[in-house]
Design a protein around this ligand. Structure first.
Ligand SMILES: NC(=O)c1ccc[n+]([C@@H]2O[C@H](COP(=O)([O-])OP(=O)(O)OC[C@H]3O[C@@H](n4cnc5c(N)ncnc54)[C@H](OP(=O)(O)O)[C@@H]3O)[C@@H](O)[C@H]2O)c1
Length: 315
């Protein structure tokens, strides 16, 4: 595999086109399995690891923080801190921390994440969900303080509305703080029904957000791109908000393009995201090494333009 073909730049960071989600590592998934998955990901050419302070308090028997702790142990045992880009998040509620992006929360949660991961600097630090009750100035100033202290390098927004993303970056620009370099939202080939509620505080990527990111040079990442495996296994329940006639049509097209290209539906979804202009980087969730192989194998292929048009309903 051509390494350059597998990489892209976010600010001055070279990251792989496949980002690894680690939500269930060290909690639902055992330490042993998690290590195997992380090793396989790096062997495959991956270097972009996504976690959050809260992963995964909702799994029975865990409080949150376990994913970061596991990644920290793995980085140390494999001695590979320098070779990977570590992204984590702040702002969701867990343990005795409530949801929010005030100064105290950002500063103290960053310290906790650094300690758990056992690193000096977080490469990419996300606001996990917007906080409408804290002034944007306060949030952006707190992040900038961490940048100046060398505790984080870049910041990202996740689950933000477009106007709040734009306003945050204007406030940052006006005050000479750092701006958000990344937007991470929920997105996949299936479209959610209009006005259907996603789970928790999740926000879908929209055309408008894509336009803002294009013009402001903000990198886009997408999560839950494989709908928990539904594209390849219809027995995997489709989240309610995706049940609609349009997605029945989309599934037919997806399966048609998959058969024409000899790729899997999951691979087509991954390539469709990466082929998007601007590119959309998938944050993949995996529970087997095969899932990782399948994602990276997709990178060796291109979809013909006619098939891309078909996927996009362009005749
Ligand atoms: N920013 C946010 O608010 C936010 C929200 C959610 C997630 N995330 C990030 O995104 C990551 C992924 O999220 P997600 O778990 O919701 O993603 P997802 O793509 O919807 O689901 C991942 C699951 O899909 C199945 N799968 C993956 N590859 C497959 C393949 N090749 N063939 C068949 N099935 C496959 C696996 O299910 P089985 O394990 O059952 O086989 C896997 O656990 C998380 O770890 C997290 O880092 C961020």
């Amino acid at each position: 595999v051509n390494m350059n073909q597998n990489r892209l730049r976010i600010e001055d960071m070279d990251v792989s086109k496949i980002c690894l989600g680690t939500m269930y590592m060290g909690n639902r998934d055992s330490i042993d399995l998690s290590y195997k998955l992380l090793d396989k990901y790096v062997e495959s050419g991956g270097n972009f690891i996504d976690t959050a302070n809260i992963y995964s308090f909702w799994v029975e028997g865990f409080q949150g923080g376990e994913s970061e702790t596991l990644i920290g142990r793995w980085l140390q045992e494999r001695n590979c801190r320098e070779n990977v880009v570590v992204a984590t998040k702040v702002g969701s509620g867990y343990q005795n921390t409530s949801k929010g992006l005030n100064t105290k929360q950002i500063i103290t949660e960053c310290e906790k994440s650094l300690r758990r991961i056992g690193i000096d600097t977080i490469d990419l630090y996300y606001a996990h969900a917007d906080d409408f009750s804290t002034p944007i100035e306060e949030t952006m100033e707190a992040f900038y303080r961490l940048v100046k202290a060398g505790k984080i390098r870049y910041i990202g927004a996740s689950n933000y509305n477009s106007w709040r993303l734009e306003e945050s970056n204007l406030v940052a620009e006006f005050n000479n703080y750092l701006k958000y370099s990344v937007l991470q939202q929920r997105y996949t080939y299936f479209q959610p029904r209009h006005a259907a509620h996603p789970d928790f505080n999740q926000v879908y990527l929209t055309e408008e957000m894509i336009n803002i990111c294009r013009s402001r040079n903000i990198s886009i990442l997408a999560y839950s791109v494989l709908l928990n495996g539904h594209y390849s296994n219809v027995k995997k329940e489709l989240p309610k908000q995706y049940e609609c006639a349009e997605n029945v049509e989309r599934k037919k097209i997806l399966d048609y393009v998959a058969s024409e290209t000899n790729l899997t539906a999951n691979q087509i979804v991954i390539l469709w995201l990466l082929n998007h202009e601007p590119t959309i980087v998938p944050v993949i969730g995996v529970s087997t090494k095969q899932h990782i192989t399948e994602a990276f194998d997709a990178l060796r292929h291109k979809i013909d333009i006619e098939l891309v048009h078909k996927l996009n309903f362009i005749n």
